[in-house]
Design a protein around this ligand. Structure first.
Ligand code: LFR
Length: 480
């Protein structure tokens, strides 16, 4: 069976329209369209440019349909963000999760419910960006809203006119019951949120609707895929059981796939999250900073006229001294955009370390710190699930970085299987292919990937510095 399906993958800094051609059991990918996702900063607030993103979505579909018969489309985006709608449509541009308005709202929420109870109810790691805390800032709009839709649902609504949400994206909200995969209505009542705005939650692998005529595009079916990008990425981890993964993009999502959620005290103490995966699985993971700091530093170099590609950045890092300066990549000081170089340098001063001055020193510091954070998080996951892993699958953009993959292998003394780097698009595509009956099961799809050229292997090197410096790194986490 031959199928042409489109994966529309919106990321925090850019979006992609990827065509998957599945023919005679083989998947071939082609990037049809790529566009920047430039948030709008206005009077201290940060929004997603929704009309512009819809425009790019249409352009991508037009480019694809000009050359191919498209059998279906699947959309995925980052988690937690949403738009509020009344009967006519969106009330305002959706806010960016880095919008500062939620500051203090996690603490405010905890006046009504203990952190333990909130964790047991939702299984979600407590992060101020989560939908619940964003909604608590929205009293005025909530009074007018009739529907809440998450980002992928908003694009689906734009294409089909259907208002629905899908389990994997709803599970990032801190408002879903991980045991029933339905909204946590008691929690919704506790926070006085209007029950009526929460749409029906459907499972991935189902039909959302057809592209509506008014858009002037062919009437293509839109399929609910794992519409949270991380769910689609995990769906393409090339391993069949008990795997440890890192989905590495702007964020790093580190975890494993389980048959049911883990809501224990230990899981909570490590702030591990339970999100929904395909086939009703649980993505048990930790959300930590990924390439964000690196992307910001690269952007700053560019503004200073130093245009490096990632390969060049790695070469510079390789020339710098090892373990000179380490940072906690999840320290609050690194979460907002801008002036990242200065913030790394003042962090180094504050923690009594050698201040990274050259471009190579800065990049090395970020990569080594990430590798340590990964190792640290692997240990938390192993401690919680109660068994070890002998390898780790790195998928997403970070799988392209030979330096990062090698550092992770050596720091954690595990084999790293790196790839696919287009994990999210592949997971999105495979879910559509399963819907069409072109692929049997997710496991089958994963096994095919394992054999493919998309996966590279890195063996751990015996470098004692990783063990020697881990203690110093852990002390740093305690003070920063
Ligand atoms: C990754 C991701 C993470 C989510 C973060 C913010 O792209 O979807 O899973 O926690 O973005 O929404």
């Amino acid at each position: 069976m031959k199928k042409n399906v489109l994966a529309i993958d919106f990321g925090g800094s850019n979006g992609r329209v990827i065509l998957g051609v599945f023919d005679q059991g083989k998947l071939h990918l082609e990037e049809i369209h790529r566009f920047p996702n430039q948030p709008i900063a206005k009077q201290g607030s940060l929004y997603w440019d929704f009309p512009q993103l819809c425009h790019e979505l249409v352009v991508g579909i037009q480019k694809a349909t000009a050359r191919y018969e498209i059998d279906s489309i699947g959309i995925d985006t980052w988690g937690v963000d949403y738009g509020l709608l009344d009967d006519k449509g969106l009330l305002s541009y959706p806010r960016h999760y880095r919008d500062p308005r939620t500051q203090g709202y996690l603490a405010k929420a905890l006046e009504k419910i203990s952190p333990e109870a909130l964790y047991t109810a939702t299984g979600n790691q407590l992060m101020e960006i989560n939908t619940l805390f964003q909604l608590l800032t929205e009293e005025e709009s909530l009074a007018k809203a009739t529907t809440l839709l998450f980002m992928p649902d908003l694009f689906g609504y734009f294409l089909t006119g259907k208002r629905q949400t899908e389990a994997t994206i709803a599970s990032t909200s801190q408002l879903m019951n991980p045991l029933t995969s339905d909204w946590h209505w008691e929690l919704i009542d506790l926070f006085d949120l209007p029950r009526a705005i929460f749409p029906t939650i459907v499972q991935p692998g189902t039909l959302l609707g057809m592209i509506k005529k008014e858009l002037g595009l062919p009437a293509i079916p839109v399929i609910n895929v794992g519409s949270h990008d991380t769910a689609s990425a995990v769906a393409s981890v090339p391993s069949e059981h008990q795997f440890l993964f890192v989905s590495c993009g702007t964020w790093s999502l580190i975890g494993t796939e389980l048959p049911q959620p883990v809501l224990t005290e230990k899981a909570q103490s490590y702030n591990l999250t339970n999100e929904k995966g395909l086939n009703q699985t649980t993505r048990f993971l930790k959300n930590i900073t990924g390439l964000w700091i690196l992307q910001e530093v690269k952007r700053e170099f560019e503004s200073l006229g130093r245009n490096y590609n990632y390969q060049e950045l790695e070469t510079l890092a390789n020339e710098a001294d090892s373990m000179a300066c380490l940072i906690d990549t999840d320290a609050e000081v690194f979460s907002a955009p801008g002036q990242m170089i200065e913030r790394i340098q003042s962090y180094a001063k504050r923690t009594g370390q050698i201040v990274p001055l050259t471009d190579g020193q800065l990049i090395r510091c970020i990569y080594e710190s990430l590798a340590f954070k990964y190792k640290y998080t692997f240990l938390e996951i192993v401690d919680t699930v109660g068994y070890e892993f002998d390898s780790v699958n790195i998928v997403g953009g970070g799988a392209n970085s030979a330096l990062l993959c090698q550092m992770v292998a050596s720091a954690s003394q595990m084999i790293v299987y790196a790839g696919p780097n287009e994990a999210t698009a592949i997971g999105n595509i495979n879910t559509q292919l399963i819907y069409h009956g072109a692929l049997g099961t997710l496991t089958e799809a994963r096994m095919e990937l394992k054999k493919s050229q998309y996966v590279k292997k890195y063996l751990p090197k015996k470098e004692t510095k990783w063990d020697q410096e881990f203690g110093r790194y852990q002390r740093l986490l305690a003070i920063s």
